[in-house]
Design a protein around this ligand. Sequence first.
Ligand code: 3PG
Ligand code: MG
Length: 404
Amino acid sequence: MTHRLPTLEDLGELRGKRVLVRLDLNVPLGTDADGKRVVTDDFRIRAALPTLTWLLNHGARVTACTHLGRPAGAPDPRYDVEPVREVLAAMIPGVELLENLRFSPGEKGNDPAFVAALIEGQDCFVNDAFGVCHRSDASVVGPPKFLPSAAGRLVQREVEQLGGLLENPARPFVVIIGGAKVADKLGLLETLATLADSLLIGGAMAFTFTQALGEGTGDSIVDVSKLEACKAMLSERDNIVLPLDFVAAAPGVELQRDSWKGQQDDVVTDSGASDPEAVKVVGRSIPEGWTGYDIGPATAELFSKAVADAATVLWNGPMGVFEDPRFAAGTRTVAQAVADCTGRTVIGGGDSVAAVNRYGLADRIGHISTGGGASLELLEHGDLPGLKALRESLARTTAGNGDG
Ligand code: 3PG
Ligand code: MG
């Protein structure tokens, strides 16, 4: 029996109750002029505010918790939550934030004793940590076994937006997938190829597909272990669209990953490498010794046209190494097309989100997921451990009274 996801309303009267809220405040950090650790992108903190505000307005006493980075199950000053705590307190006073959950091995180990300590004294649990719902970590799947539990507003919205793509997308439904690692996304590509009207593939993962077609890929990234799977997909599906051209670099040209990534400024540094012999547009086949780092202009135009005509668009993963200004045009053009699309638009995955932020287009996207891996796993599998735990919690509290 499939239960719906419990929402904040399902928690009932909250006045004076203690509510533990799992958030994903795993945000990028940098250092300021004094060497102090500071939050460089507060997107996930802002995304947590609707739930926290709602709980406080309903009289709850709120304790929030999060992981930050990947410390090795022990306290580590590089990962303490202090910088996050400061930003959160400035945005919304009255919320206590516990120390990094991953300072204890019990979090990743899903240790029952750790869960027990976490929920001690709490009356209810809210999971609003969408970005970590694909992890069976203690704080994600543990508390719903013991406390009345609900999805927060962010988790609710993510599930509606991403789940809605799987259910009944308005057509044409166009999916653009990029990024480097084809192995990570093969299952997702297979799922999406059955749902979408067209599946446009860019980024380095495109080279495993073009090689499967017999094209030259030069020194570009190719996952040879996935060649057969890509070949099979291409022969089974006629809705997969591969790049027509690429921007490639000559042998010996080094990437320049500039420093803006994750920041909001709009300074494109002069790459200092406008040498036409070093970087050029090539066709679908990459010359021997050259490396493809971006889709070419004809491909960017083809993808943009498909997006312009779409009623639903899902975009995940950059089209090239957009940290290097010489290989940013493909990602920028696609980002612009998604922003201009009048249909429903959804972006998932850290790098594509960084791109729309970078180009100042975030306000013009229908839904920007706070989850990288979580959004992809939800799209691929239709469910996540953290969501399942919440539904099971509702099933338990309603068992025997005919609901469900
Ligand atoms: C993320 O940033 O992807 C989430 O916070 C999950 O973090 P994790 O990949 O370290 O589990
Ligand atoms: Mg991740």
